[in-house]
Design a protein around this ligand. Structure first.
Ligand code: SAH
Length: 526
């Protein structure tokens, strides 16, 4: 079985659910140059990934060889211990049947008796204009949209095709609707000249969108007569979509993507591997190009036996307190391994703040206590008020499940109120072996605008992991700190924060960054 899958125009979110599902069970993925490599991360680790893009000239697989490869892989996969749910995926940018040779590949598969299915994708000619703020149709302006590419003639350059000299420009001009061209900027002078010669007005609005739907998207707006020169001047190169028609004017009103507050900014997110997601998602919502570089890894605590004992006797405590979402996750995972379920929890469960309470909710536990600010003292005060007898916790048994590097206020306050506190590290944090390659490259190139620090250890670990010659790159970028303790750590490293969040959590950081967006990077500290 071969699935011909459209990966969408670039933004990984444009992949369909059906596409996601088959990538998740791909034995083999055969993919092109215009596929966002991030999509390949959906595949299981053992998926064979074969690049057949046309841009790497020397590694180019001719179409015949691609066809043969698909057939060979399909037969191989079918030959495995049946019935297999693993499939061969032919992944293409945009939609497989829109100027993607998907039709030819499907025909060939059929002649070879190979079953195939097609999963459409969002083509660049629709997604690109949409992300540039241009609806391809609009009742006030056009009732037609035409997708055009050059003849099936291979150009020397990348994934480009040469314009079809046989194209009927008169009829295209006469349609009076939206024209969307998939092809290189090199062809622009000829296309625009011939459309004009065929009767299209010289001042017809026109735009070119490069790297559409990616964080590096660029849009040039001009007129039919001015477009080729404007694109050349701006240095527009492949891949790019050209759109010509009255609808282009709507961009002035509808440009949502490029006008988001963090559009064009690269933000390096330093967090634990697990946690990075939330911050990154919100930064991406605001238009940032997010690079996640985990600088903290969570590993089981040194004394796992003691933890196992505590978990097995959980309901003998009056209250168990979690001090981080990671703590909840680590405890729940270990409880699963010990064949314990939610019944093992004591009557009272407390969370240090909203994010930890949320983590508890995902495992079916509603925290009895979760202060809206996650500061140890505050939780202690609330615990004493709720569980104590007039400020007295005499004889009450507490279990604190925390990180190895947690601060001790909570414990001290509870003990002062008379409680018996057992305090355990449910996980420990260690630095990973290296920073991710993408982060190192971006720092080296000086393209990082902001770096986020969500704890003191994100700062110290980044410092430790960074090749020494890149330390001043961090100094030159803007640094966003979650709160005073993290800021102090940054100052000690010679990287004082550019901004500290007023609210010491992820939403607070997002808010601080939104306000700051657009401010230039500070000079490096002396
Ligand atoms: N099957 C693809 C098109 C392949 S032809 C689809 O449906 O989108 C290759 C051309 O598509 C490129 O030369 C360019 O014109 C266009 N294209 C693909 N992805 C693009 C992107 N992210 N931004 C701009 N143009 C893109």
């Amino acid at each position: 079985m071969v699935y011909l899958v459209g990966g969408g125009a670039g933004d990984p979110g444009l992949l369909t659910q059906a596409g996601t599902a088959v990538l998740k069970r791909a034995a083999v993925v055969v993919y092109d140059a215009l596929v966002n490599p991030a999509l390949l991360d959906l595949c299981p680790p053992d998926t064979e990934k074969i690049y057949v893009g046309k841009s790497a000239a020397r590694h180019t697989l001719e179409q015949d060889r691609i066809n043969a490869l698909l057939v060979q892989k399909a037969r191989q996969t079918a030959g495995e211990i049946a019935p297999t749910e693993r499939v061969v995926v032919r992944l293409k940018g945009g939609d497989p049947y829109v100027f993607g040779r998907g039709g030819e590949e499907a025909q060939y598969l059929r002649t070879q008796g190979i079953h195939f299915a097609v999963i459409p994708g969002i083509t660049a000619g629709i997604a690109g204009p949409a992300y540039a703020g241009i609806p391809v149709t609009h009742r006030d302006f056009t009732r037609t949209v035409t997708f055009i590419t050059g003849h099936r003639k291979q150009a020397a350059d990348d994934h480009e095709e040469l314009p079809d000299s046989g194209l009927n420009y008169e009829s295209l001009a006469a349609l009076g609707g939206t024209l969307v061209f998939y092809m290189g900027v090199q062809a622009l002078p000829e296309i625009t000249r011939r459309l004009h010669a065929a009767g299209m007005a010289a001042d017809m609005p026109a735009a070119v969108i490069q790297w559409a739907t990616y964080p590096r998207q660029r849009t040039i707006v001009s007129t039919l007569a001015g477009l080729a020169a404007a694109a050349r001047k701006a240095g527009i190169q492949a891949p790019a979509i050209t759109i010509i028609g009255q609808v282009v004017n709507l961009r002035a009103e509808l440009n949502w993507f490029e006008s988001r507050p963090l559009f064009g900014k690269t933000v390096l997110v330093t967090r634990t591997r697990r946690q990075a997601g939330r911050l990154s998602t919100r930064l991406a919502d605001l238009g940032a190009n997010v690079i996640e570089s985990p600088v903290i890894e969570l590993v089981p605590p040194a004394d796992e036996f003691a933890i196992d004992q505590a978990l097995a006797q959980l309901n003998q405590y009056d209250c168990v307190v979690f001090t981080s979402p990671n703590g909840v996750e680590a405890a729940w995972r270990r409880m699963g391994e010990l064949h314990l379920d939610a019944r093992a929890f004591p009557r009272r469960v407390a969370a240090i703040g909203p994010a930890t309470a949320e983590a508890l909710r995902t495992i079916g536990i509603t925290a009895d206590l979760a202060p809206d600010e996650f500061i140890g003292e505050k939780l202690a005060a609330e615990l004493i008020e709720r569980l104590g007898d007039k400020g007295d916790l005499q004889g009450k048994q507490f279990l604190l499940l925390r990180a190895d590097i947690a601060r001790g206020e909570l414990r001290r306050e509870l003990i002062r109120a008379g409680a018996v506190v057992k305090d355990m590290a449910i996980y420990q944090t260690v630095a990973p072996k290296t920073l991710c390659a993408e982060a190192i490259e971006a720092l080296r190139n000086g393209t990082v605008d902001w770096i986020t620090f969500t704890s003191a250890s994100t700062a110290t670990n980044l410092h430790a992991l960074l090749p020494p010659e890149l330390r001043d790159r961090v100094a030159r970028a803007n640094r966003l700190s979650i709160g005073p303790i993290t800021s102090a750590a940054l100052c000690r490293l010679g990287w004082p924060p550019t901004v500290e969040a007023t609210r010491h959590d992820i939403p607070g950081m997002i808010q601080a960054l939104t306000i700051q967006a657009g401010s230039p990077a500070p000079p490096p500290p002396a």
